[in-house]
Design a protein around this ligand. Sequence first.
Ligand SMILES: Cc1ncc(C[n+]2csc(CCOP(=O)(O)OP(=O)(O)O)c2C)c(N)n1
Ligand SMILES: [Mg+2]
Length: 900
Amino acid sequence: MTQDNVQEYISNVSTNGDSDADETEEWLEALEDVIQVKGPERTIFLLNKLVEKGYSQGIKLPFTANTPYVNTIPADQDPVFPGDRVIERRIKSIIRWNAMAMVVRANMKDPSVGGHISTFASAATLYEVGFNHFFRAKGEKFDGDQVFFQGHASPGIYSRAFVEGRISLKHLENFRRELARGGGLSYYPHPWLMPHFWEFPTVSMGLSPITAIYQARFNRYLQDRGLKDISKGHVWAFLGDGETDEPESLGAITLAAREKLDNLIFVINCNLQRLDGPVRGNGKIIQELETIFRGAGWNVIKVIWGDDWDALLARDVSGKLVQRMNECVDGEFQKYAVESGDYIRKNFFGKYPELLKMVEHLSDTRVKKLRRGGHDPLKVYAAYLAATQNVGSPTVILAKTIKGYGLGEAGEGKNITHQQKKLNEQELKHFRDRFDIPIPNSKINTAPFFRPEPDSEEMQYLLERRQALGGFVPERRTVTVSLQLPKKALFDEFYSGSDREVSTTMAFVRMLTVMLKDEKIGKRIVPIVPDEARTFGMESLFRQCGIYSHVGQVYEPVDANTFLYYREATDGQILEEGITEAGSMASFTAAGTSYATHGEVMIPFFIFYSMFGFQRVGDLIWAFGDLRGRGFLLGATSGRTTLNGEGLQHEDGHSHVLASTIPNLLTYDPTFAYEIAVILQDGMQRMYQNNEDIFYYITLGNENYKMAPMPKGVEEGILKGLYKFRRAPRSQRKTALKAHIFGSGSILNEALRAQEILSDKFNIAADVWSATSYKELRREALEVERWNLFHPTQKPRKPYLSQVSEKEEGPFVAASDYMKIVPEQVTRWVPGGLYSLGTDGFGRSDTRAELRRFFEIDAECIAIAVMNQLRLRGKLKAEVVKKAIAELGVDPNKSNPVTS
Ligand SMILES: Cc1ncc(C[n+]2csc(CCOP(=O)(O)OP(=O)(O)O)c2C)c(N)n1
Ligand SMILES: [Mg+2]
């Protein structure tokens, strides 16, 4: 049975199928007695007993996680509203008006500016109750609540900030015109663009819910590890009902329940519509979400009906009204939002004569005005209060609203409403009258902004409420951090190289282990891993730092008698996230922004299978950049041929292409342990001492080889992206043909082998360079070039890459385990260009040697490419190259890796 069928079945059994009304009455009376006399606990006990008894006799109740389509909190349990409803309505109306006006005015000036009116119009009460009674600001001793605002509702949040006096008229005028004189407002919440205002970028839908869940969990982590007391704060996430279709929205809700995150509250604005039309025209989004969240173990509070319905529901003795509410689908409810009272009377109540009678005393206008729960401040307040008082589970509030509420003919409840941004004079008047905004007819056509006088009742009230809640929300605090970083000596063991063959992953894990033991930064490190710790050889950290679990370890682990047993602990440091790169990235986000959110600097290291990073959760990484997050991403088992046996879906040859798109991300593809040590130290210096809003992506490989000792004076080159690692043999330097090979990651070893081949067999003297970061080389070169562009009369500056390569005699050939385009991004700053070898094409399973030949990045193919470049410069004859191809055993007719 589907949930809909179950609902129908229960409905039929409980209403139509009553073959003995007297008997039913007796049972119900008995139940009523128990409720009144013994209370809810006993009632639940008895009901469960009845169900159990039924089961034992073969009576199987069909499963449903749904409750009837009414408010979870019954009217008689609504708390007293602590505010002044009249003033709050006036404030809300003013905020509604300005939110609408900023979009309409912007589009009067330039119709291409865009904007959204109807999302906030539907959510105004949900936000205003929060602002007046719940959202606590950051304070001296309290970090406040973290509120994730729905991105498209931003006009309302700006409008409030304008009324509060935090945003100037100029800014409001320049809504969506960030480049305008005097500054503008970023349309969506972007900490990158408004670093003192927005805390969380939410507009790529689905990212905010998952990030909020992990934020709430990270708050617990800080608490449990004794780093900061965050027990009083709440995380609020405001979502659209359409947004819940994004897999990330619901993908982590079981974690929230499992971890008993009662500091987390989701508010889902169920206006029943998304961009194109209804979210579930043929079903009921609220009921669907209720099932999902209840099934996952959340506390679900439905806010469906406003208080106008209380009296009707109180008279619904037979249950017919609830039945009608249950049976109507969202498509019908949406229609009621746009239709007249007469239509609602006929079509909703009119289905059953009993219901028609129920509303006969109400005029059509009153019937039309029967409000939905999400527009009723009392019902919303009741839900919020219950949510903040709930213990032991996260809460989701499913609030039913109307999209474009108040827009009337201009779009209220209509399918086009999401994109409505122009109101004509008539529509503006309607809006003004509906919300009593004191704007005269003579001015209405310009939709002027309206801010009450500072000494008005509204302003006094609004500011007093915010003061009581500690200040304004949202606010992002830009804190200057200064961590005491470990001395360089901590990394000494990595500078001298190793006789043993190890991988860069092993080297990194060793560095992490050492840093975790460091007195100064050790406890600030947050290792994050999505069920790959053993793959990366990190299991020793289980014992050393413990795996974080709020409840500790309530079982004896199967490997308890081994040294490296699976140790879970309340103060565990590792976030072992299970198989969720998105969840891990959300944890990385909470940790990497903790310096701003909580004023508590944390150093996250998120280590993952590189193929499942940018390719899988690229949008979360983009958002991390927007968030000014700081930390280290480690793409392990990277390189299309270095990870050899795993084939097409695992072998990463493009994460450096994807990573190159994020402006404030530094990327490195190192070969040796000392390079990683230099990069990590510089990263910590820049992020946690110099307060730069940057983060790092470092690829690590699983190929074992001897780690070279660090040559002298290469630190700068490592960080800038290129340095000469090994010159050609001295004996050939003056006499032989010259060439240069840039190698990255494990392919640097192939470049070194190519150097030998060229030297031994063909008397060609090639210098080998370690190219740690093409992205950095390009970034710096572009910066210099741009300076030169705008300063034509001044002495031109020279990019680092030009400086180090201009005196060298080419050709230059690059080889990496990534796509050819990675080195090609710096071609124009290399004399004569840079010929690039790479791993374009799908990966496949084989040995490293076979794969490198297949992708033409092995030593032999590098040597051939170098010789061919010499041929193109007229320094070698074609015949010589042809012979070399044969001698090196490369089949000139081999298959093309790009197309095969
Ligand atoms: C990942 C993603 N896909 C698509 C969009 C474009 N988009 C913006 S709002 C919207 C509809 C939103 O509907 P809903 O979540 O129900 O919010 P409402 O405006 O109804 O409150 C869409 C499709 C987006 N912002 N992010
Ligand atoms: Mg919606």
